[in-house]
Design a protein around this ligand. Structure first.
Ligand SMILES: Nc1nc2c(ncn2[C@@H]2O[C@H](COP(=O)(O)OP(=O)(O)OP(=O)(O)O)[C@@H](O)[C@H]2O)c(=O)[nH]1
Ligand SMILES: [Mg+2]
Length: 588
């Protein structure tokens, strides 16, 4: 059977998953309501975090589809699948046009020589401008150095949410047939030399309680058989022998057991407990490994350490340094954008240095850890600064801001202070699009401010451009922390007073300890306060009136907020039940 291997790539929210789900539904591969976004965090947040694959059958052809995340922090998820497929479907929102991550994923695809099929999606939006967006996409291809063959791309217009695709805007269509036909026609059949010795490269890992580790990969050459002996070429250069215990193919997202899989296909295999992403599974010991999968460098770093707050160990199941280390080692096997330095630091407290692709990248990993029962502390994230031949450089990003015109002044001012240089400014109706080149350092901790400044109506997207000369000191609006000077239960009476002086992070009756950050003050330095202080009780009626206090809802510290607002001399304390900010040194 003919096989096509494709990945769906795009900027965040341009409709990849909705389109993939619709394709699966129309090809009858899934139950009603099934989605590629099936992880608990993905469902909660409505974004894709992990790349996932599915298979469908259309006109006697098997199409393996990999759905990828669009958020820039998960760029490495895209990078690692691009080598497993033969072409990409580049989805672009018909209103927004190409955005920073469109550029990133397209650039990676063009570099690998892939020939994208373009889908201009969401043409039902009232402000859709498919013709202009088509032109912008063409310019982007040119700009990224596409060759003639790549430039001659096919465009399909779609309303993914309704499961409709058209070859021409004026066509009538009721389903995705035009897109599926274009996939068969424009994307070449996977090369399938099943007679060569086996070479297969995993791009994803899975786990099964009975079977242990599973590797999902592209079979580049040869045949893989159940019960067959294989060799695993490790990234370290080692070769280890193994035996394939089971093989699965996919129908929709469900796995089906099979006895053999052939070159050109994507399959999942069990039996190799030590297998990692990017390694080569092959038939003989002396075969050459497939080229390793290259991934962009991390841009931010922070320390992970054992929780030593006064509340340490109350809520977590896994709390020791060894447990955190083992968890990070496991994460490294599947989280290809992550790096960890485990070497114990000289002097000071024990910590592991963790390097990631952005605050959300780190926050998602921490969220998974706390749900599994881990408890730990992390330091404030820092941008990775490089020094080479006396030259100091730091990562810069391209930030694209879409805001109603009235807010553009504030955004320009704020980003200017953070060393952002405005490269472009475009007006479309009442909306402004501003494009900045800005140090990653300047963007850290800005998103929350941006939401406030634009009353939630702005969109801010960015992608890393690379390392450039250090931009000098950046002064961010300094808020001071409101720090508790006492331990105990916070009281409404006291919080009512504190909210007059700044933003409060906690509810009444929350337990606090000395040195815990309970809020922030707009101006300057830290303010030590006593949130446990009650009203002087002169008589019974005064005590009863405590209940009439009007409290504004607190600004609850979530993982992402915590990483943004915490200061250099603070730790974020993360447990399965709570996220708190604390001073590194608890006493004033
Ligand atoms: N108007 C309109 N909205 C759509 C269409 N397709 C998807 N959406 C909406 O766009 C939003 C994002 O859709 P997703 O499919 O999750 O986007 P995605 O590209 O997978 O997002 P990430 O994986 O997080 O990058 C959802 O609210 C969809 O309902 C469409 O054809 N028209
Ligand atoms: Mg998605």
């Amino acid at each position: 059977m003919d096989i096509r291997n494709i990945a769906i790539i795009a900027h965040v929210d341009h409709g990849k998953t909705t389109l993939t789900d619709a394709i699966m539904r129309q090809c009858g591969s899934v139950k009603e309501g099934a989605s590629m976004d099936n992880n608990a965090l993905e469902l909660e947040r409505g974004i894709t975090i992990y790349a996932k694959n599915a298979s469908i059958y259309y006109k006697d052809t098997k199409i393996n589809i990999v759905d990828t995340p669009g958020h820039a922090d998960f760029g490495s998820e895209v990078e690692r699948v691009l080598r497993a497929i033969d072409s990409v479907i580049l989805v672009v929102d018909a209103q927004e046009g190409p955005m920073p991550q469109t550029r990133f994923v397209l650039k990676k695809s063009l570099e690998l020589g892939l020939k994208p099929l373009v889908v201009i999606n969401k043409i039902d939006k009232p402000a859709a401008q498919p013709d202009i967006v088509h032109e912008q996409i063409f310019e982007l291809f040119l700009d990224l150095g596409a060759n003639d063959e790549q430039l001659n791309f096919t465009t399909i217009y779609a309303i993914g949410r309704e499961g409709i695709a058209k070859a021409k805007l004026t066509d009538d269509s009721k389903d995705l047939t035009p897109l599926l036909d274009a996939i068969l026609e424009k994307i070449h059949t996977a090369p399938a030399d099943a007679t060569k010795p086996l070479r297969m490269q995993p791009f994803n890992l899975g786990y099964d309680n009975y079977l242990g580790r599973l590797a999902i990969g592209r079979i580049h050459e040869g045949t893989i058989r159940k019960g067959g002996s294989v060799f695993l070429k490790k990234l370290s250069g080692e070769t280890v022998a193994g035996k394939i215990t089971k093989i699965f193919s996919f129908l929709g997202t469900e796995r089906r057991e099979i006895d053999e899989a052939y070159a050109g296909d994507i399959a999942m295999v069990a039996g190799l407990p030590g297998v990692d992403i990017g390694e080569t599974i092959c038939a003989t010991q002396d075969q050459e490994a497939l080229p390793a999968i290259t991934i962009d460098e991390p841009t931010i770093s922070l320390q992970f350490l054992v929780n030593d707050s006064p509340f340490a160990g109350r809520e977590g199941k896994f709390v020791t340094s060894r447990q955190i280390k083992e968890r990070l080692e496991r994460e490294l096997e599947i989280n290809v954008g992550l790096k960890v330095d485990f070497s114990p630091p000289v002097g000071g407290s024990d910590y592991f240095m963790v390097y990631g692709r952005g605050e959300l990248h780190i926050a998602i990993m921490l969220e998974n850890m706390r749900r599994e029962g881990y408890e730990l502390q992390v330091s404030q994230p820092h941008v990775i600064i490089k020094e080479e031949n006396g030259q100091i450089s730091e990562p810069f990003e391209e930030a694209v801001v879409d805001v109603p015109a009235e807010f553009s002044g504030t955004v320009i001012e704020k980003l200017g202070k953070r060393k952002g240089i405005m490269m472009e400014m475009k007006e479309t109706g009442t909306q402004m699009r501003l494009i900045f080149k800005i140090p990653t350092r300047g963007l850290l901790g800005y998103r929350n401010q941006f939401m406030v400044d634009t009353r939630g109506q702005g969109i801010l997207a960015s992608r890393v451009l690379g390392f450039f000369a250090f931009a000098g000191e950046i002064k961010k609006t300094e808020v001071g922390s409101m720090v508790s000077m006492a331990g105990g239960k916070a009281l409404g009476f006291s919080l009512a007073n504190l909210q007059e002086r700044g933003v409060v992070y906690i509810d009444p009756a929350s337990e606090v300890y000395e040195g815990m950050v309970v809020g922030n003050v707009a101006k300057g330095n830290d303010l030590w306060v006593n949130p446990t202080k009650g009203k002087q009780l002169t008589n019974i009626r005064a005590a009863a009136s405590d209940e009439a206090i009007q409290l504004t809802p607190p600004f609850k510290i979530t993982l992402e907020r915590g990483l943004e607002v915490m200061a250099e001399d603070e730790y974020l304390e993360i447990t399965p039940k709570n996220v708190r900010i604390r001073k590194k040194v608890l006493k004033k």
